[in-house]
Write a protein that binds this ligand. Structure first.
Ligand SMILES: [Zn+2]
Length: 503
C-alpha cells in the first residue's frame, strides 16, 4: 500500500467509524443462511467473498488437518456479527487483524468482529484450525470427508467445504482460490485449476500449490490426497492439462486412463455445442473411495467403478458438460438442479451422436421407452425434486429428455443458439430454471411454457416421445420399442453409478 492510499484509508476509516456511531441501530447480525429453501443454513448473508487462501497441513493415517484459511470479503450490509459455514474446531480468528470473538454450533461459525463492520467495508478474515475431519459430523450426523488408506477425499455435493475450510458455502457466492497443502514426501495432493508447483520443506514434507483464477463455487473446490500417478500435457488450445490416477485403480487403471486422457478432445467437441470452455485449465482424476463422479471445476474426480466394463467416455462427457452447466452457470437454489444434471446428461447423448454410437434421437427414444408409465420414475417433479432428492435418476434421464423435447420444438439452430446464449449470459454466475425458460423463449421467439410445464413440473409420463419419427409397427396392442443405441450400456452404467450418490 502506498503512503497516499494509507492516508486515504485512515480518513475513510475515521469517517466510517463516525458514521457507524451515528447509525449503530441499523447494524444487525448477518443471516445464518443464504436463503436456499432446501438447505436453510447453507451459505450466509451480509457479505460477499472474493478470494480464499487455504494453507493447510495434512497427516495421512492420523487424518489430522491443520492450518490457516484467509478469506477476502466485502460487507454487503452493516454488520454486528456474521456467520461462516464450518465444522472443524477453530483455534483463533481475526477480522481485519483484530482478534474476534466466535462460537461454533451445528456447522455455523458465528463471528463478532470488534466494533462491527460497515456496509462495503473490505474484510480480511483469518481462521486457524486443527481437527480430524473424518470424525466430524454435521447436524444430520453425516460426514462428507473420506479418510482413505493413503490419504483423504475432500470431495462432495452439495456440501464438503465445512470439513476442510470455513466458507460462505453456497453456489451464489463464488470466489477465486489458492489451495496449498503440505503432506509427507511421496504423497500427492490434487486440487482445482493450475498446478503452480510443489516445494520440498526441510522437515520431510512437501507443499502442493494450486490456483483457481475463475469464480468457483465452494462445493466444487476439492482436495484429493493419496498415492497418484500424475500426467501433465498441453491441450490443443494451449491450456495446461493435468490428469492423475490413483495407484490403487487396479484392473480398471488402463480403462480409466483411456477415458480421462481424452478430456481435451471432449472439451473441444463440447465447445462446438455449448460455447467457449469457461476455465483456465483442464484435467481429471481417476480415484478410489468416492463411489460416484463429481464435476470439480477444471478437474472432475471419477470413481474407478465407471471403468469396470472398460473405457467410458460418457462419464467424461457428463462431468465436462458440467463445466458449462453447474460450474460456470451454477444453480441459484438447489431446486434448480435440472440446470446441472439434465444438461450434463444431454451432453452424453450429444457425445454418443458425435462418436457414432447412436444419435441423440435414438437415445431419447430408448430412454423414453425404458420406463413404463406406471414407474415411480415419472412421479419425480424434476423442476423441484425436493431436498435430498436432487440426484434422483429422473433428474438425469427425464432431464435429458426435456432438453431433447426443447430441441425438437425449436430446431437445431435455435436449440444450440439457446445453449450458447445461456452459457454466455450466465457465465461465472448462478441462475434459475425460470431464467432458462425466459432465455429459451427469447432466443427461439416461441412460447414454451407448456413444454416446460409438462416436462419439468408435471408428474406422469408425457404422452409423446419427443421427436419420434415413427413408433414402428403396432400390432395386437404392442408398440415396438426403440432399439438400444450402442452407447446405452455405458450411459446406463454412468447413471447407475452417479445415482449411488445419495445424500
Ligand atoms: Zn452430474
Amino acid at each position: 500500500m502506498s503512503i497516499r492510499s494509507k492516508a486515504t484509508a485512515a480518513v475513510a476509516t475515521a469517517a466510517a467509524m463516525t458514521l457507524f456511531a451515528g447509525t449503530a441501530l441499523a447494524a444487525a447480525p448477518g443471516a445464518p443462511g443464504a436463503g436456499d429453501p432446501y438447505y436453510p443454513t447453507a451459505g450466509n448473508g451480509g457479505y460477499d467473498v472474493s478470494h480464499y487462501d487455504i494453507r493447510l497441513n495434512y497427516q495421512p493415517g492420523a487424518d489430522r488437518l491443520w492450518g490457516t484459511t484467509t478469506i477476502l470479503a466485502k460487507a454487503t450490509e452493516d454488520l454486528t456479527q456474521f456467520n461462516l459455514d464450518f465444522l472443524l474446531k477453530v483455534k483463533t480468528l481475526r477480522v481485519n487483524n483484530a482478534p474476534a470473538t466466535f462460537s461454533q454450533a451445528d456447522g455455523e461459525l458465528t463471528v463478532t468482529p470488534k466494533g462491527g463492520l460497515r456496509k462495503n467495508a473490505d474484510v480480511t478474515i483469518v481462521v486457524t484450525y486443527d481437527d480430524v475431519p473424518g470424525q466430524v459430523k454435521d447436524a444430520a450426523g453425516f460426514t462428507a470427508w473420506t479418510k482413505t488408506v493413503d490419504g483423504a477425499l475432500g470431495i462432495g455435493e452439495p456440501q464438503i467445504a465445512s470439513w476442510w475450510f470455513p466458507s460462505n458455502d453456497h453456489p451464489t457466492d463464488k470466489a477465486t482460490y489458492d489451495v496449498s497443502v503440505a503432506v509427507p514426501d511421496g504423497t500427492e495432493v490434487l486440487s482445482n485449476g493450475r498446478f503452480v508447483g510443489n516445494t520440498r520443506l526441510i522437515n520431510g514434507w512437501t507443499r502442493w500449490n494450486w490456483r483457481s483464477t475463475k469464480p468457483q463455487a465452494s462445493y466444487l473446490t476439492f482436495i484429493n490426497i493419496g498415492q497418484f500417478e500424475i500426467r501433465q500435457s498441453t491441450a490443443p488450445n494451449g491450456q495446461p492439462v493435468l490428469n492423475a490416477y490413483s495407484e490403487r485403480l487396479g484392473e480398471n487403471r488402463d480403462a480409466a486412463i483411456a477415458s480421462i486422457e481424452r478430456t481435451s478432445e471432449v472439451i473441444e467437441f463440447e465447445e462446438s455445442v455449448f460455447g467457449p470452455y469457461p476455465f483456465e485449465a483442464q484435467g481429471g482424476i481417476g480415484t478410489n473411495d468416492l463411489g460416484y463422479a463429481l464435476e470439480n471445476q477444471t478437474r472432475p474426480n471419477y470413481d474407478t467403478a465407471f471403468f469396470r466394463r472398460g473405457a467410458n467416455t460418457y462419464v467424461v462427457a457428463h462431468e465436462l458438460g458440467h463445466q458449462w452447466f453447474g460450474d460456470s452457470v451454477s444453480t441459484h437454489h438447489w431446486r434448480d438442479i435440472w440446470l446441472n444434471e439434465g444438461f450434463a446428461s444431454y451432453a452424453e447423448f450429444l457425445w454418443s451422436e458425435h462418436i457414432g454410437e447412436g444419435t441423440a434421437q435414438e437415445n431419447a427414444d430408448f430412454t423414453y421407452d425404458l420406463y413404463p408409465a406406471d414407474s415411480p420414475f415419472w412421479q419425480v417433479v424434476i423442476g423441484d425434486p425436493g431436498s435430498g432428492n436432487e440426484f434422483n435418476g429422473a433428474v438425469y434421464d427425464r432431464g435429458a429428455l426435456t432438453l431433447h423435447a426443447l430441441r425438437v420444438a425449436v430446431g437445431d439452430d435455435k436449440f444450440f443458439g439457446i445453449l450458447k446464449a445461456w452459457t454466455a449470459k450466465k457465465r461465472y454466475s448462478d441462475a434459475t430454471i425460470e431464467e432458462f425458460i425466459a432465455t429459451a423463449e427469447e432466443v427461439s421467439g416461441q412460447q414454451l411454457d407448456e413444454l416446460f410445464q409438462t416436462w419439468l413440473f408435471t408428474k406422469g409420463k408425457p404422452a409423446e416421445a419427443p421427436g419420434r419419427a415413427s413408433v414402428g409397427i403396432a400390432s395386437a396392442g404392442v408398440t415396438a420399442k426403440a432399439a438400444e443405441p450402442k452407447s446405452r450400456q455405458k450411459i446406463a452404467l454412468t447413471h447407475e453409478v452417479l445415482a449411488a450418490h445419495d445424500h
